[in-house]
Design a protein around this ligand. Structure first.
Ligand code: C2E
Ligand code: MG
Ligand code: MG
Ligand code: MG
Length: 283
């Protein structure tokens, strides 16, 4: 058996290690199959303007419609996609689906809102994200005003020439650029500002700390003030209570997103969001 351990008791081919290898290989095969057979679906979660209660944009969040496991969350497969180089294909499929969805919605609704697409750091560094996005937008007739990109703070940490160039090219295209999960990395606001980001999405970890301690509130207020003074809008991620919303409103946060307002929705359910889906419960 693979479990034949040496006398020292340390065995490389430990059964769980072997199982992990096999299942990892299996998962990679399944992921490849999923991309070949169009098993990825995109859900949409609204971001709401805190002052008016209206939806200002939607975030596209990928899910794997697995034939036996049901809907699988991205945390289960994004890192595998990154490690195996499949992330560029995955990202391209999400871009394609979002553009197709926007084209469909523009035929069927009056007021379109922009959609934000998450871009992985590795896709950003290795792929030809600018070409892929611009050709897809052209093909579906989607104006830049309807596209936002969410780029995690960790991408900026590897502030390579490539990343800076890609960001500048995207800026020229006119798409909106957001920093995702702000506060989880160590980038400075001035660094983000020099790259001309439009929006700062403050990580859920900071939202969770609101009203729990004085420090939690001071941190959030300070981030909002600094972002505003640099001309960036602020979105609070992971808002789950009305109490948090009241506090964020008092702090002049611009937008909120979270389960209190809406879970990510399948496209058919997200459609009513488009003619300015209004959330009176937060007013
Ligand atoms: P993210 O971009 O920061 O997205 C926010 C995540 O928090 C989403 O999880 C969302 O469902 C969840 N969330 C929203 N509101 C709340 C709340 O009130 N409470 C809590 N506890 N969670 C909330 P999801 O959809 O599982 O996505 C996880 C991460 O996977 C995303 O984090 C993003 O980094 C990545 N991801 C999702 N879709 C894509 C994609 O199409 N491409 C790439 N490269 N990454 C993606
Ligand atoms: Mg995001
Ligand atoms: Mg985020
Ligand atoms: Mg996050």
């Amino acid at each position: 058996s693979v479990k034949a351990a040496g006398k020292c008791g340390y065995h490389f081919f430990d059964e769980s290690f072997y199982d992990a290898l096999v299942s990892r290989h299996q998962r990679e095969k399944e992921l490849r199959y999923a991309l070949d057979h169009d098993q990825m679906v995109v859900f949409y979660q609204p971001k709401v303007d805190i002052a008016t209660g209206t939806t200002s944009s939607l975030e596209a969040l990928v899910r794997w419609a697995h034939p036996t496991q049901g809907i699988v969350a991205p945390n289960e497969f994004i890192s595998l996609a990154q490690e195996t180089g499949l992330i560029a294909r995955l990202g391209e499929q999400v871009i394609e689906k979002v553009c197709a969805q926007l084209a469909y919605w523009s035929e069927h609704t009056q007021q379109l809102v922009p959609v934000a697409i998450n871009i992985s750091p590795t896709h950003f560094q290795n792929g030809n994200i600018v070409e892929v996005l611009s050709s897809c937008m052209k093909r579906y007739g989607i104006p830049a005003s309807l596209i936002e990109l969410e780029i995690t703070e960790s991408t900026m940490l590897e502030n390579t020439e490539e990343v800076t160039q890609a960001i500048n090219a995207l800026r020229k295209m006119g798409v909106t650029l957001s920093v995702d999960d702000f506060g989880t990395g160590y980038s400075s606001l001035s660094q983000l500002h020099s790259l001309n980001f439009d929006v700062l999405k403050v990580d859920r970890a900071f939202t969770v700390r609101l009203n729990r301690s004085k420090d939690g509130n001071i941190l959030f207020t300070t981030i909002i003030k600094m972002a505003h003074s640099l001309g960036m809008r602020v979105v609070a991620e992971g808002v789950e209570t009305l109490e948090q919303i009241k506090t964020l409103k008092a702090m002049q946060c611009d937008e909120i997103q979270g389960f209190y307002i809406s879970q990510p929705l399948p496209p058919a359910d997200a459609q009513p969001v488009l003619p300015k889906w209004f959330f009176p419960s937060i007013m």
